[in-house]
Design a protein around this ligand. Structure first.
Ligand SMILES: Nc1ncnc2c1ncn2[C@@H]1O[C@H](COP(=O)(O)OP(=O)(O)O)[C@@H](O)[C@H]1O
Ligand SMILES: O=P(O)(O)OC[C@H](O)CO
Length: 496
């Protein structure tokens, strides 16, 4: 057995496999995109078979690129798009229908109904979440009620449910393990984050049989062994965490008060609050950052649904850029005297507004407005939204904005212009590390430390190295004016 660790990062748009050596350096990557299905307005689905085939393809690709055999891999760590849910047949492994993705809004009315019954406080107290279609619970209920025969099959114990980590482990172990980890469980809306168990009362409200759900383990634990027929030898699965929690670990945010923000399709900021479960009074989420050796560390989370997706819209929607990397250059050419605000509520707004029905809007257009001002407004929208999250976090965590250092990662942080504007509008420093594969790194650390080939948290934290710090440089009055303009634009975009 070699000291290599394989991280599987199953994301919203692609599946990736990354092999790290014993020194925590990347030696090979396999990656494959898969199809997004939009069967109705606001609905988003993935084909689980495609999630599985692209994952297997990526692992095989990474192994062949690295010229390694499966027997040289000490352990696998899995990280995944969170909340997305699959129901599948226990005997055949066949999904009962496509996975319902985290972005999917089909249960908005169900959530409204539960809110009308006065149940949001109960769900929030027990799970740390809110009644929004984002989370898995109402998606499971919808599948049981709407896929023909599903409820009967569930009652007969023929089908089971899981988030993507759980589905992948089931497939990887040849149907031997139905398990998940505490971070993924904490996104389902039926997991009690204080009791650390599925919650019978919430399961009853949503009419979900407990037998459908996987066993919940620590993030570093024995999750099973891959079937030898898949990659040529058995490999132990020793680490699992949802992708935003894995990025928190990969950014070495192990101490209370440390915060990371990941800018991929969406943006997710997590603040480590330690063993203390902080209840947000400002519409943020309380979630499990990680659970190690039976000890839970909590986080406050702000979730924004559109970040890099706004750059994709500049490229594929209004076609003002040819590739994502041109967005910063174009924004830098914008006329600073024009105040254009773009609220990218393509799929509603996440934290702190939680408005499923809001849709995108642009304000402040003049005859001189052109592609550069659109690009700047799109990139600035990401910074303004992050600021809204941080303002809410500072109220809940009682910290000053000036005391905050934000560690960033994800595809968008390649843009220097965006990172500088982020620091300017937050009025706080923004730190970009050298290793940007923080999500995979976090999953690899869980597996590698459990396997005994990677160091403990303290030593691991020392490998975090700064690439560049962006210090705030915007004049205070301009910043104030811009933030007020954004607040006005958002208030005009909200649905009610
Ligand atoms: N140089 C860049 N400037 C701005 N945005 C970028 C740049 N490079 C990539 N992006 C954006 O980053 C996103 C991809 O980031 P990634 O972390 O791979 O996302 P995900 O894991 O959600 O698929 C895309 O939405 C893309 O538009
Ligand atoms: O797959 P990503 O990187 O877009 O992350 C999705 C989040 O986990 C959704 O909560």
């Amino acid at each position: 057995m070699g000291g290599y660790i394989l991280a599987i990062d199953q994301g919203t748009t692609s599946s990736r496999a990354i092999i790290f050596d014993a020194q925590m350096h990347i030696v090979a990557v396999g990656q494959k995109e898969f199809e997004q299905h939009y069967p109705a307005s606001g609905w988003v689905e993935h084909d689980p078979e495609e999630i599985w085939s692209t994952t297997v393809w990526s692992v095989k690709k990474a192994l062949s690129e690295a010229k390694l055999s499966a027997s040289e891999i000490a352990a696998i760590g899995i990280t995944n798009q969170r909340e997305t849910i699959v129901l599948w047949d226990k005997k055949t492994g066949e999904p009962i229908q496509n996975a319902v993705v985290w972005q999917d809004r089909r249960t908005a009315r169900m959530c409204d109904e539960l809110k009308k019954q006065g149940l949001e406080e109960k769900f929030s107290r027990k799970t740390g979440l809110l009644l929004d279609p984002y989370f898995s619970g109402t998606k499971i209920a919808w599948l049981l009620d709407n896929v023909q025969g599903a409820r009967k099959r569930a009652e007969n114990g023929e089908i089971i449910a899981g988030t993507i980590d759980s589905y992948l482990i089931w497939k990887l172990t040849g149907g031997r393990e139905h398990v998940t980890d505490a971070t993924n469980a904490s996104r389902t809306l039926v997991y009690n984050i204080e009791a650390n168990d599925w919650d019978d009362e919430l399961l009853e409200i949503l009419n979900i049989p407990r037998s459908l759900l996987p066993e919940v383990k620590d993030c570093a634990a024995d999750f099973g062994v891959t079937d030898a027929s898949l990659f040529g030898a058995e490999i132990k699965i020793l680490g699992v965490a949802g992708d935003q929690q894995a990025a928190t670990i990969g950014q070495a945010c192990f101490k209370p008060g440390m915060m990371k923000s990941t800018y991929g399709t969406g943006c997710f900021a997590l603040l480590n609050t330690g063993e203390k479960l902080v209840r947000s009074k400002n519409r943020l989420l309380t979630t499990i950052a990680y659970r190690l050796n039976g000890k839970t560390t909590y986080a406050l989370e702000g979730s924004i649904f559109i970040a890099g997706a706004a750059v994709q819209w500049l490229r594929d929607g209004i076609k003002v850029i040819g590739k994502a990397s041109q967005s910063g250059e174009l924004a830098a050419e914008a006329d600073e005297t024009q105040h254009v605000y773009f609220v990218p509520a393509f799929v509603g707004l996440g934290a702190p507004h939680w408005d499923a029905d809001a849709r995108g809007a642009i304000f402040g257009l003049t005859r001189n407005t052109g592609p550069a001002e659109f690009a700047r407004a799109a990139l600035e929208s990401v910074a303004y939204q992050t600021n809204d999250l941080l303002v809410a976090m500072h109220k809940d965590w009682k910290a000053k904005a000036s005391d905050t250092v934000l560690r960033v990662d994800g595809g968008m942080v390649a843009s220097d212009w965006t990172m500088q504007r982020l620091a300017d509008l937050l009025n706080a420093p923004v730190d970009r590390p050298i290793i940007l594969e923080t999500t995979a790194l976090g999953a690899a650390w869980l597996a590698g430390s459990r396997a005994g080939v990677w160091p403990d948290a303290g030593e691991f934290a020392q490998q975090w190295k700064l690439d560049r710090r962006f210090d705030p440089a915007m004049e205070a009055t301009l910043r104030k004016k811009k933030l007020a303009g954004w607040a006005d634009a958002v208030s005009r975009t909200l649905s009610a």
